[in-house]
Design a protein around this ligand. Structure first.
Ligand SMILES: [Zn+2]
Length: 255
């Protein structure tokens, strides 16, 4: 009982300080008793036949490319949440840079899964900012222009009010979770509904599943959109000037 009252009070305290952009009511705000963080997004509108296919980690670029090409061939888009350090110049092999440049220039989207895939709720507030925002520096230097990362998927889905506050400081729109997570195609088909955010990882088991699920989604009339589109965020506006962590970090840490 006391726990429930505490959670309710906590939610009321957090609401005004959460992300600046209002989230439409039908989007992922189905608050549950054991879930005190109502502003993490699990799904988009249940009223529109749209889903967002997302892919985390991206350790194996081979499957990033395959997934992107497959979805594109069905007229859809995908949102990638790569671990930031994988995109550092010295880690890239031949063709990797061009792949990410092509994805960024396409209708698909790139978010971040933090720099090192740490459990962010265990990190200091300084590291929460560093690991969340440094991937922006890395991505911009890979692409050669500023591609504003808008959403973050926390490793292990782990987030809390302190971390969320740090994300607000560095200008991310939302923490993105999911409502469908399986590498079993039948399971995915059973659970997908309007507005679903479907979680995949860049690896073989997921690729096997995607080859069955993507044609099925298209057949069922689902439009496969990016997370930004699912949340009706305004179009991305890349600019020339690169984001430079060393220039911006003092500003963030003083906020
Ligand atoms: Zn992950």
């Amino acid at each position: 009982m006391f726990k429930r009252i505490f959670l309710c009070l906590l939610c009321l305290c957090l609401l005004p300080s959460c992300f600046a952009e209002a989230v439409p009511e039908s989007m992922g705000l189905d608050w549950q008793e054991n879930d005190p963080w109502p502003h993490a997004i699990r799904n988009g509108s249940r009223d529109e036949r749209r889903v967002a296919v997302t892919m985390d980690d991206c350790y194996e670029f081979e499957y990033v490319q395959k997934a992107w090409e497959l979805i594109t061939s069905y007229g859809g888009s995908i949102t990638f949440y790569p671990v930031g350090e994988l995109l550092k110049e010295e880690k890239l092999k031949g063709g990797d840079k061009e792949l990410w440049q092509a994805i960024a220039a396409s209708s698909s989207e790139i978010g971040t899964h933090t720099h090192h895939h740490n459990r962010m709720t265990k990190e200091t507030q300084f590291n929460q900012i560093l690991y969340s925002k440094y991937p922006q520096h890395v991505l911009d230097h890979l692409l050669g222009y500023h591609y504003p990362i808008r959403t973050l998927r926390p490793p292990f889905g782990s987030h809390d009010a302190v971390f969320q506050k740090q994300l607000e400081k560095v200008g991310y729109h939302h923490v993105i979770l999911w409502d469908v997570d399986s590498t079993d195609a039948d399971e995915v088909k059973k659970n997908v509904q309007n507005g679903s955010i479907i979680l995949f990882h860049a690896r073989k088991a997921d690729w096997n599943c995607l080859q069955k699920v993507i044609p099925w989604l298209a057949e069922q009339g689902y439009e496969m959109v990016t997370i930004s589109e699912l949340l009706n965020l305004p179009p991305l506006e890349p600019v020339d000037e690169l984001f430079d962590w060393s220039v911006r970090k003092t500003e963030y840490l003083n906020k």
